[in-house]
Design a protein around this ligand. Structure first.
Ligand code: NAD
Ligand code: ZN
Length: 364
């Protein structure tokens, strides 16, 4: 098992990464000791891992009457205020107090919603992230962004609320669909591109090991990803500046996800083609080598991630939606672009024509 520590001004918390961690009661015990505990999960994850985690919570000394759970419907469309309210209903029904703890067992949807419930309930209670998708283990469970979607925008209602611990059991990835695993690897590649050239080079040589869930490789990949994310979040917890580099590819990707109604593209898939667009745009600006754009394309292809979009998604529509993305400041689209592999920068200083040309180069 690997242990990392996220060190923030007001809170510090451990990330545990390894196999078999779901049943290690000593890891969770310090955070739930004699407290009321509610595990929040969804209908896909519950039959796979809920019982194991409930047993672990019991083994950590939480009595039955304080060992509750809530199973939510599965899907991004349920990451909303109505479903959030169901968590509050349940907590109030069982008289959960300020000393209680929520445990998010699932992917990023469950993690974001549960974290936000913890941020709001009685003005903030503790929560533990037990991420079960690659995306959640390398990205959403770390850093304290929590929230739900609004009909008018993704992740628009939320709060910064850090977990008290993150427990990433790599065994849970064995049941994940390949497409979800692949989508999660886009965020992994992102860390290499924005912050960590050595890691990027390692991924170029070893991405197959990630795809085949090689045990040692998974622990390494999750560890390096969390280290990179923690490194950025520690410098800028509330995204006043540098944290925005974590959004490489996301402004493009969110637009594609939004236009296609969140049904055709997984988040990581949109991010993948978005990162390639950002690389190409950086090349057009003279910042990034053409040979490096090729390298990015090759790695995404090796990971079986998409590198083009349908021409049914118009560039006008993409730019329009990018304009309403929450990374917009002073009415200008701000983009995360690349200076080299391992180094990103944020800019709004570019010609819109370049942006159109970039997007159009990826339509087919
Ligand atoms: N808070 C952040 O910093 C942050 C960062 C990135 C993404 N996000 C959010 O995360 C969400 C996406 O997360 P995701 O990709 O994990 O999606 P998800 O939570 O929808 O999970 C994907 C699918 O896998 C299923 N699943 C989860 N664990 C499984 C397992 N072990 N075995 C089998 N199936 C399993 C889920 O039920 C779901 O159907 C989005 O809402 C996004 O906005 C948040
Ligand atoms: Zn993302």
């Amino acid at each position: 098992m690997k242990t990392l520590q996220v060190k923030l001004k007001d809170h510090s918390y451990p990330i545990y990464i390894g196999n078999g961690l779901l049943s290690r009661s000593e890891l969770i015990q310090p955070f739930i000791n004699s407290k009321q505990v509610m595990i929040v999960t969804n209908e896909t994850v519950a039959p796979l891992y809920l019982q194991t985690l409930r047993n672990t919570v019991a083994a950590a000394g939480v009595e039955d009457s304080n060992n509750k759970f809530l199973v939510l419907p599965d899907g991004e469309q349920y990451k909303n205020i109505d479903v959030l309210n169901r968590v509050f209903d349940e907590l109030l029904k069982f008289n959960f107090g300020r000393q209680s703890v929520l445990i998010a067992l699932g992917g990023g949807v469950v993690g974001d919603l549960t974290g936000f419930a913890a941020a709001c309930y009685q003005r903030g209670i503790d929560f533990i992230q037990v991420p079960t998708t690659l995306l959640a283990q390398v990205d959403s469970s770390v850093g304290g962004k929590t929230g739900v979607n609004h009909a008018l925008g993704k992740n628009m209602i939320g709060a910064f609320h850090q977990p008290v611990a993150v427990i990433s059991d790599t065994d849970t990835l064995n049941t994940l669909e390949d497409r979800q695993l692949i989508a999660g690897s886009a965020e992994v590649i992102k860390y290499g591109l924005i912050n960590d050239k050595d890691f990027y080079v390692w991924l170029e040589g070893n991405i197959e090991k990630v795809m085949s869930l090689d045990k040692a490789a998974m622990v390494y990949v999750i560890e390096q990803s969390c280290l990179n994310k923690a490194n950025v979040v520690q410098r800028d917890e509330k995204e006043n500046n540098i944290r925005a580099i974590l959004n490489l590819g996301h402004t493009f990707g969110h637009a594609i996800e939004t236009i296609t109604g969140y049904t055709q593209w997984l988040h990581g898939e949109g991010v993948a083609v978005g990162m390639l667009m950002a690389a190409e745009m950086s090349r057009k600006l003279g910042w990034f080598a053409a040979s490096d754009v090729e390298r990015v394309k090759k790695l995404l292809q090796k990971a079986k991630l998409p590198i083009t979009i349908s021409n049914a998604i118009s560039s006008e529509k993409i730019v329009e939606v990018m304009g309403v993305d929450k990374k917009v400041q002073d009415n200008k689209i701000r983009l995360v672009l690349l200076k080299s592999i391992g180094s990103a920068t944020i800019t709004s200083d570019f010609d819109l024509k370049l942006l159109y040309e970039t997007i159009e180069a990826f339509q087919e």
